[in-house]
Design a protein around this ligand. Structure first.
Ligand code: ATP
Length: 248
């Protein structure tokens, strides 16, 4: 089940990451990483701390530049583009730790997420209504400072802000981190809802059991490499996944 190194371009392929190496100075953090995401698909990326998951998302969103390999989105190479240009093409990232502006109101945080927009965009107000429809509590608290929200509400705001650029691909980095179980379920339901509305999702999660329940396919990373790939059902049956990630 190890991922094949050459991937063919299919009609519904949205993102194609091919043989990517990314470094921090002289330290290599990604090694020949290849994977793909199809339109409207939900994909889980699993792996222990330090396995390279965040580095992979940052390489796709243009915050880090790969030293080798290519990243293509809808058939166009994006690994040389700026992060702004990549957002405009339709990739949005919700970072680990949320990175909100705590001294600004909920509304301001959301409108900042909409400052870079795709050409085929809905209006900012229309998109904000969609975000409020998904997370009604954000509408109720739209004038409250982001820093005064609960952890779960802050996570909803971080996801809502990422949606404001009206992405085709939403990348979520550890959205359940530090949340109580009830809120984790609430966040995962919202992620499924976003996906069912047509947005492809790349979900980086330590909570492997939840991630494999909602995703259609998954990849497992170790030491900067993809070591396993398959459908969520296949991964749930893998001995290694059971022992290391599902605690069975
Ligand atoms: P976590 O779940 O802890 O965030 P991760 O799977 O997302 O882990 P990365 O954060 O991508 O892993 O880290 C991959 C490797 O790169 C690790 O060895 C880490 O120490 C290293 N690394 C990450 N960020 C930096 C940085 N800014 N400078 C140098 N090395 C880094």
């Amino acid at each position: 089940m190890k991922t094949s190194s050459k991937l063919t371009w299919g009609p519904d392929m949205l993102l194609n990451v091919q043989d990517v190496d990314t470094y921090y100075g002289r330290a290599q953090a990604l090694r020949e990483v290849s994977f793909r995401i199809h339109e409207k698909e939900m994909l889980a990326i699993l792996g222990a701390n330090g396995s390279g998951k965040t580095t992979l998302l940052n390489t796709i969103s243009g915050l880090l530049k790969p030293k080798a390999g290519t990243v293509e989105f809808e058939g166009k190479r994006i690994d040389t583009l700026s992060p702004d240009a990549i957002v405009r093409l339709g990739i949005s990232q919700c970072p680990e730790g949320r990175r909100l502006f705590p001294e600004m109101a909920v509304l301001k945080n959301l409108s900042l997420g909409g400052y870079v927009r795709r050409k085929d965009r809905l209006g900012i107000e229309e998109t904000m209504e969609e975000v409020f429809d998904l997370f009604p509590v954000l509408k109720e608290r739209q004038h409250q400072l982001a820093g005064t929200l609960s952890g779960g509400e802050q996570q909803m705001l971080a996801i809502g802000r990422a949606l404001m650029s009206y992405p085709k691909l939403l990348m979520l980095d550890e959205p359940s981190l530090g949340l109580a179980p009830l809120l984790v379920s609430r966040i995962f339901r919202a992620i499924q809802d976003i996906n069912q509305r047509g947005t492809a999702i790349c979900l980086v999660e330590q909570n492997a059991s939840m991630a494999l329940k909602v995703a259609q396919r998954g990849y497992v990373m170790e030491s900067g490499e993809i070591v396993l790939s398959g459908s969520s059902e296949q991964l749930q049956d893998e001995e290694k996944v059971k022992q290391v990630y599902l605690g069975l």
